[in-house]
Write a protein that binds this ligand. Structure first.
Ligand code: IPM
Ligand code: MN
Length: 327
């Protein structure tokens, strides 16, 4: 039996994840979904944002559907999602950017780099150690090549090797891996690359890069396809997988019923794809496309519909596509 841990989290996570869960339940009523509570809300109630028990509940699942968590402004608080990525060793963060004339896969290293967590503060200086390992670079390069081979067989290696030595290390490992895997590649400096992706998205297929560069690049690239409300992601390791919208908990719009559920629903589609149901994933994408085509969109993408209205439209379209009726 397939088990799915569902983490709504904080803010708009609690509004968009129920839509994504309903979509999963429609296509796979046999999935056993169970809730796991982590995040800022839990921290306020219990003093802990994510316990060892929560982590083991997440480990037990075949896949995790994750909303978003708010990071409170407390000195001793560790970002819950970073903790989960690390503990479950979800080293590949896949962020597809798809829309009219755009089909790019950002492959972000997800466990090291500037997110090493090795940081310290002195009187007049604060430091963070950027750690790039051979193992971490090889496995993300390998994952990116595997994806490139299923697409247009081209890899862009985003780096800042003109300035940073650890980027020379990362870039060279990616080059060697691409050569071994028979994937065509280009290297590009991340600053100029970010601009070029916005100006000429059609030139790109798969882009692999280090943790923070991938974080920034994926948000910037969201501009091409209607903003952060549209972008899903998959956090993949060798044993676990977590699917979440790229956006955060957005406390500024939480509770208003206007959050865009598309990123979360697309994350559910990525989950299905990972579970081997490519057809279900494609049906979800098609239902999203038809819903937008009918003008049923939330305000961030120029519409007037609520989260619930977009969700209901996606689900009824999906029913029609799946069963040929409007039940
Ligand atoms: C993301 C987010 C996270 C990150 C934050 C919330 C820790 O921005 O998933 O892109 O920096 O990775
Ligand atoms: Mn981010």
């Amino acid at each position: 039996m397939t088990t799915i841990a569902v983490v709504e989290g904080d803010g708009i996570g609690q509004e968009v994840i129920p839509v994504a869960r309903d979509v999963l339940a429609l296509l796979h009523p046999e999935y056993e979904c169970y809730p796991v509570e982590v995040g800022y809300g839990k921290w306020k109630k219990t003093g802990e944002a994510c316990t060892a028990d929560d982590i083991s509940l997440l480990r037990d699942a075949d896949a995790i559907l994750f909303g978003a968590v708010t990071t409170p402004p407390a000195a001793d608080y560790r970002s819950v999602v970073l903790q989960i990525r690390k503990e479950l060793d979800l080293y590949a963060n896949l962020r597809p950017v798809r829309g009219k004339g755009v089909d790019i896969m950002v492959v972000r290293e997800n466990t090291e780099g500037l997110y090493s967590g090795i940081e310290w503060q002195e009187e007049d200086r604060a430091s963070t150690l950027r750690v790039i390992t051979r193992k971490g670079s090889e496995r993300i390069a390998r994952a990116a090549c595997r994806i490139a081979r299923e697409r247009r067989n081209h890899l862009t290696i985003g780096n800042k090797a003109n300035v940073i030595k650890s980027d020379v290390f990362f870039r060279d490992i990616c080059i060697k891996t691409a050569e071994e895997e028979g994937v065509l590649y280009t290297t590009a400096f991340i600053d100029a690359l970010t601009l070029d992706v916005l100006m000429h998205p059609d030139r790109y297929d798969v882009i692999v890069t280090t943790n923070i560069f991938g974080d920034i690049l994926s948000d910037a690239a969201a501009y091409l396809v209607g903003g952060l409300g549209m972008l899903p992601s998959a956090n993949i390791g060798d044993r676990h997988a977590l699917f979440e919208p790229v956006h955060g908990s957005a406390p500024d719009i939480a509770g208003q019923g206007i959050a865009n559920p598309v990123a979360a629903v697309r994350s559910a589609a990525m989950l299905l794809h990972h579970q081997g149901d490519a057809r279900g994933a494609a049906l979800i994408e098609e239902a999203i496309r038809l819903t937008a085509e009918a003008g049923i969109m939330t305000p961030d993408t120029g519409g007037k519909a609520s989260t619930a209205e977009v969700g209901a439209a996606i689900i009824s379209t999906l029913r029609r596509l799946t069963y040929g009726t409007c039940r």
